[in-house]
Design a protein around this ligand. Sequence first.
Ligand code: NAP
Length: 283
Amino acid sequence: MAIRIDGRKISGIIKDEVRDSVEKLRKEGVEITLAVVQVGEDPASTVYVGNKKKACAYTGINSRAYNLPESVTEAELLALIDELNGDESVNGILVQLPLPPHISESRVIKAISPLKDVDGFHVQSAGALMTGEPGFLPCTPAGVIELIKRTGVDITGKECVVIGRSNIVGKPMAMLLLRENGTVTVCHSKTKNLREVAKRADILVVAIGRPKFIDASYVKEGAVVIDVGIHRNEGGKLCGDVDFDSVEPKAYAITPVPGGVGPMTIAMLMKNCVAAYRLQKSI
Ligand code: NAP
């Protein structure tokens, strides 16, 4: 039986660590504040924003909500971001994606100060990750690294295969595994012989956005399998990109969906809010 990597438990430990840091800072007279900007009332976004606010309340981080109507113009949103960039009491700025089609996500992300970019999506954060400069790590891939390490798996020298090359998951995931001294291969929809490449992996990270796509035939005996995918079927049940029942008997360790990578994203966001304060004070 594979180890089931418990993302709920590990994210709880990280949130407790953040809570301790926030409490210590508060005793020194420092408040950590996250500005959460939501445009429109997309139900999924409202759930995500609600979960982020709950995590802030738990860790002692102040959350300031900015709910803008769907009709807000890009200029108005950029003006708000400008104001938050200049507000010294705000440490982190999070704009919930997706944005309505009349607003450029790329322009909005670029407008956030790289010192407050707690989602880690700004090009400067991406560059810092690439070069090893101080900066924010995107929350989901950073959470995956925590899951692997806290399961006691040493990444150094391991064959790591990442399936997916998106800017928010696949590419930063590959950079982080490289930074941890893994030997990294990145696969995507044009990869030839995906099954053979995936089977080389000691650590397989799957972020393709296709329900239960990866079955046991893609997995080497004894691999660590991390499933980033999230899908909800018609019955409302969640599953990942990995066919858990097929892969689990072959893996050394595997993340379930739900309860694997999902809870880590918010925990890492909380960690980034404290990192933001330190980055802003250069400590
Ligand atoms: P995305 O932007 O759609 O990227 C998917 C990637 O998978 C692309 O690079 C694509 O290749 C590749 N791909 C698609 N079909 C493939 C195939 N048949 N074989 C090999 N590669 C294939 O998705 P994403 O934003 O990275 O998200 C991936 C999944 O993770 C989704 O299910 C998403 O909901 C989930 N997610 C979860 C969290 C979390 O907190 N747990 C956070 C973010 C995302 P091309 O580049 O060639 O098109």
